[in-house]
Each structure stands twice: as structure tokens, then as C-alpha cells.
Design a protein around this ligand. Structure first.
Ligand SMILES: [Zn+2]
Length: 283
């Protein structure tokens, strides 16, 4: 037995993960989803069920029409659908019964579209507090995204306050992308970009997101492209690992297969529901 430290490795032994999170179910998601598919990138699309099908009035400076529920089913089938409250309400301003209705009715309806329980949420306007976090937990949400940029690739500390790396319009976007690609990493890293697809029309900058996806997409061998919940589920499963005192046995009580890298340069597969024996590798 000797000194050892273990690091989380993403599926395929990768140390980097990349994900997108886009809000409101606007019709510009059609173009964004097509780009995700073209570049094999995945994202989570957070929808307010009550405003799906909304038509922007004529003469608006930019179109914020929403896709219909029927279109959402088809459009997001290879992506992830997340909740965003039924009518895009500031949940911190509402009493609990009303707030939980906004959360639950949105979730109930969206689950019919997604055909599975929803686990991801994005706070409307980015507003949240401890009460809203608690209500999301009761509703069965496992993760919720904020609008607070970390400008880092650190793994999230609080699943119900998932701070993204940055917004796609952030002036540091490409500098961060470069760092993410070039930086040799020991620790697992996450590049997490958010926004609203209507902003690409409003700002006439679709080339910005395409450029970003073009940069990251050829690095599939070292980057895990996954939805928000796929990444969160993996991170949460990792936290559940049960170690023996001498580090030689690790039990994975979850249903997610995990990989760890040890400082002895070994990669250990810790299969779901299985006790794994780690070979004693002296320093
Ligand atoms: Zn929104």
C-alpha cells in the first residue's frame, strides 16, 4: 500500500466534457439543434410548457416565437429536454403552492413529450433561492442551471446551482475554448455554455456558435459530448462510491459504470452494482 490519489475519468477515459444549455424553446433552436447534430455535440433545452407554440407579434425587432409541443418532441429527440417553469415565472417571487405548480405542471407536461422523468431545470431569469431549490428537489429535479459564469472548467459543487462556464456572447468565449482544448488536465473538466438561440438572430452572430462547435468537435477522443443530465448523473454516481480503508476495494452502488484514474497511471473500471478490487501498486 502506498500514497495514491484517484481522479474521476469520464466515459472512454476522457478528462474533459462539453455541454450546452439553451432556454425557452424558441424556433431558432431548430438551427441550433441542426448544428449540434452536425458537430456531434449535445445539449439540454429548457422549456416552459405553457408558452410553447407562442407566436411573436408582427413587427417585433426579433422573433421569440416558440416551437409547439408536437415539434418539440421531434426536434429535441436526440438532445435533452429540461424544465423552465410553466409560464417562465420568477419563482422566487411566488408563494410555494403557486411556485410548485409552475414547476410541477411544466414537468408533468414536458415528461409526456420527453417520455421520461425530467431531471434538469434552468431557473427562469436565473433567479433562485433556497426555497426554490427545495421545491425543485421535491419535484424530482436533480440539477438546475443558473446564469452565473464561472469562467472555469471546474466540476459543479452544487447540482441545484449549476453555474455555467459562460454565456455564448461572453467576450472570453474563444479564449476559454482555446484554454479548454490546450490545457493538459489531470482533474476532470467541464466546459458548459448557455444562452438563448434567438440571440443568434438578434445579434446576427450564428457564426459564433458554429465556430465554437467547429473548434471542440474534432476532439472527440478527449472530450465527452453529453447532455447536462448525463454529465450530472455521472458526477453524482462518482460521489456515491464506497471505498475500503486501504483503498483496495471500491463498491459502486449506482447504476452507472464509472472509470477512475489512479496516480499509479492505471485506469480502473468500477462497474455499476459491483465491488472492484484495485491492485496494490507500490510507489
Ligand atoms: Zn428563459
Amino acid at each position: 500500500m502506498g500514497k495514491r490519489f484517484d481522479v474521476l475519468l469520464f466515459p472512454g477515459g476522457k478528462r474533459k466534457a462539453f455541454t450546452l444549455s439553451y432556454d425557452d424553446g424558441v424556433i431558432q433552436d431548430r438551427r441550433l439543434v441542426a448544428l449540434c447534430e452536425k458537430y456531434h455535440v449535445k445539449g439540454t433545452f429548457n422549456l416552459g410548457y405553457g408558452v410553447l407554440g407562442y407566436q411573436s407579434p408582427e413587427g417585433m425587432p426579433f422573433d421569440i416565437s416558440k416551437v409547439t409541443p408536437a415539434e418539440a418532441k421531434e426536434l429535441y429527440k436526440n438532445q435533452e429536454i429540461g424544465g423552465h417553469s410553466l409560464y417562465h415565472s420568477d419563482l422566487t417571487s411566488l408563494g410555494s403552492p403557486y411556485a410548485i405548480y409552475e414547476i410541477l405542471e411544466d414537468k408533468r407536461q414536458l415528461e409526456k413529450i420527453a417520455e421520461k422523468p425530467l431531471t434538469m431545470f434552468a431557473y427562469p431569469f436565473g433567479f433562485y433561492n433556497d426555497k426554490v431549490k427545495e421545491l425543485l428537489k421535491i419535484a424530482g429535479y436533480k440539477g438546475a442551471r443558473t446564469v452565473n459564469s464561472t469562467y472555469s472548467f471546474d466540476l459543479p459543487k452544487d447540482p441545484l446551482a449549476l453555474d455555467p462556464t459562460c454565456h455564448h456572447n461572453d467576450e472570453k468565449l474563444f479564449e476559454l475554448a482555446k484554454q479548454f482544448l490546450e490545457k493538459p488536465v489531470m482533474k476532470a473538466s467541464l466546459f458548459y455554455v448557455w444562452g438563448h438561440a434567438y440571440e443568434f438572430d438578434r445579434d446576427d452572430n450564428w457564426e459564433r456558435i458554429e465556430e465554437l462547435l467547429k473548434m471542440v468537435s474534432p476532439h472527440e477522443e478527449e472530450i465527452w459530448f453529453a447532455t447536462n443530465s448525463e454529465i450530472l448523473e455521472y458526477l453524482e454516481a462518482y460521489k456515491m462510491l464506497e471505498y475500503s480503508v486501504d483503498g483496495s476495494m471500491i463498491y459502486n452502488p449506482t447504476s452507472t459504470d464509472l472509470l477512475i484514474g489512479t496516480s499509479f497511471h492505471t485506469v480502473e473500471e468500477i462497474k455499476a452494482g459491483t465491488l472492484t478490487h484495485i491492485k496494490d501498486t507500490p510507489l
